[in-house]
Design a binder for this molecule. Structure first.
Ligand code: CA
Length: 515
């Protein structure tokens, strides 16, 4: 009986996976080939050969990855890669978070293999991908023009959005604010109108888990707070590299946010409350408006079972003083995480073919969803999670990491279909609203410095950045006056080398993106 059950189970799984097995078109080598790998990420400080995704890739490609990670006793990937480099012997494959700067520095010296020719000759899926996305190819190229790593490429455009208590607006007889003046009026009404109905003036009109999301509001005065999904980053304006904290819209925005803060429209603890702000202020029925991630913030509508009428939904970016509606935050299409080929790898062709496997339709499904027939099934041409994933009630991301899927230290192209299957109706409704309005703006994808540019950046940038953030916070808290201080501030930035940093970035940018 036991044998029968096993046999039928095997038959079932064979039946599901037969097409790929039958023609074996994904096989890279006839006999199994072992390649060593260093894989480090704070969520998985080693490569686990038992991951179902590894086992499935072995079956289909005949490439077997063997764990050779150094530094698994730390959760700091930077420390681990430094230990690896210091050991003087690199494995065949190196995958880690923040690999970009490492390969761009050591690749041209021979520690990592340049990938351009290997891709052209042996990796049709990667080649097709980069032909379609030359911006991504530029973004991951080192100063010598070569690509040294295959990145983790997030999918889906949307990240953060403006959220507001729709039930509070209803209670106070207000419409969803459409511009910066209406936002101010709504926040004043939240402050004064006791929308939580407890008789106390305890509402916190605008709050944020990350205080940088307060600075983000300078976009309502045509300022900028960042050019990418990294806070305080440079941005590109018509081919020119600029820094947001040296612009007029920023000055105007800070001036107004200082007033908003003084008037109690902003959480007085915005700089110190930290990551629990959203959880605390929403569940205590105190917070009115924020700017935060679609999926996780929409999830707070579960509070409607405890707070009568609770509705916290996305609204379209309010128009700025000049009438522009922009959503400054979006998912970056390319991360500095991924994997690379060690400079002494004896099987570069097989390795690039293996990297290419994960960009094939079959490999992409496995790396995004797990094993077909177990974790997902194909329905109308789309991979749909089975109950083995969706039925557990556990966060889907965590389950996928445990399978070896969605690992950011592997080079792969995410499929947003994986996330949409567990996004709630409020998130999907909000995303549809943002889609309709086309509010996203282009992002700065970063540069790879040559030696001289790097030296200028390292010499000046850290202290300039510290100074900018100190002044920013002081102004908003009411120390100094941004209008009165502005000329001195700009002169200080110049003295501290900002224009040299901008020139170094511009020269790297022009080389890399053909400006
Ligand atoms: Ca109240």
């Amino acid at each position: 009986m036991r044998h029968l059950t096993l046999a039928s189970a095997l038959l079932t799984s064979m039946a599901v996976t037969t097409p790929a097995v039958a023609d074996g078109h994904l096989k890279i080598v006839d006999e199994p080939l072992e390649l060593t790998i260093h894989m480090h990420h704070k969520r998985y400080p080693a490569y686990n050969e038992d991951w179902p995704v590894e086992q499935e890739a072995r079956r289909l490609t005949n490439i077997h990855l063997k764990n050779a990670t150094i530094g698994s006793n730390t959760d700091n990937s930077g420390e681990a890669i430094n230990l690896l480099l210091a050991s003087g012997k690199l494995p065949d494959i190196i995958g880690t978070s923040r690999i970009k700067d490492v390969v761009n520095q050591y690749g041209p010296q021979g520690a990592f293999m340049p990938l351009n020719d290997l891709i052209d000759e042996h990796a049709p899926h990667l080649k097709a991908f980069f032909e379609k996305r030359p911006d991504i190819k530029s973004a991951i190229s080192a100063a010598d023009g070569n690509m040294y790593y295959i990145p983790y490429l997030p999918d889906g455009k949307y990240g953060r959005a403006y959220f507001i208590r729709y039930d509070w607006l209803d209670k106070l007889g207000l419409d969803v604010p459409q511009n910066v003046d209406e936002v101010k009026a709504v926040l004043e009404a939240f402050r004064d109108g006791d929308p939580n109905g407890n008789g106390l003036k305890d509402e916190v009109p605008y709050f944020a888990r990350q205080w940088e999301e307060l600075i983000r509001l300078v976009t309502l005065w045509d300022g900028r707070s960042s050019g990418s999904d990294t806070y305080h980053d440079f941005y590109v304006d018509g081919g020119q590299i600029r820094h947001p904290y040296a612009g007029e819209g920023y000055r105007e925005g800070v001036k107004n946010l200082t007033e908003w803060y003084a008037e109690g429209l902003i959480d007085p603890e915005v700089f110190t409350r930290g990551s629990s702000a959203r959880e605390y202020l929403l569940s205590e029925d105190l917070g009115g408006m924020t700017h935060d991630w679609f999926a996780s913030t929409s999830g707070y509508n579960r509070l409607s079972s405890e707070i009568e009428g609770f509705v916290f939904k996305a609204f379209a970016p309010p128009a700025s003083i000049s009438g522009k509606r922009i959503e400054e935050h979006r998912r970056i299409p390319i991360k500095p995480d991924g994997w690379a080929i060690g400079g002494t790898n004896k099987h570069p062709v097989e390795t690039i073919k293996y990297f290419d496997f994960w960009f094939s339709p079959e490999g992409r499904n496995i790396v995004n969803f797990g094993v077909e027939g177990v974790h997902w099934t194909m329905e109308d041409g789309k991979a749909i999670f089975t109950d083995a994933i969706l039925g557990t009630g556990r966060p889907v991301n965590s389950q996928l990491y445990e399978l070896g899927a969605q690992l950011h230290a592997r080079g792969y192209f995410q499929d947003y279909g994986y996330e949409i299957q567990w996004s709630n109706e409020f998130a999907l409704e909000g995303i549809a609203l943002y889609d309709e309005g086309d509010y996203l703006i282009d992002q700065f994808l970063g540069v790879a410095f040559n030696k001289d540019e790097q030296a200028v950046y390292d010499k000046y940038w850290p202290s300039i950045r510290t100074y900018m953030l100190e002044r920013q916070q002081a102004w908003i808290l009411g120390t100094g006056d941004v209008e009165a201080d502005w000329d001195d501030y700009m002169a200080d930035l110049d003295k501290m080398g900002l224009n040299d940093v901008l020139a170094a970035m511009q020269s790297a940018y022009n080389r890399q993106y053909g400006g």
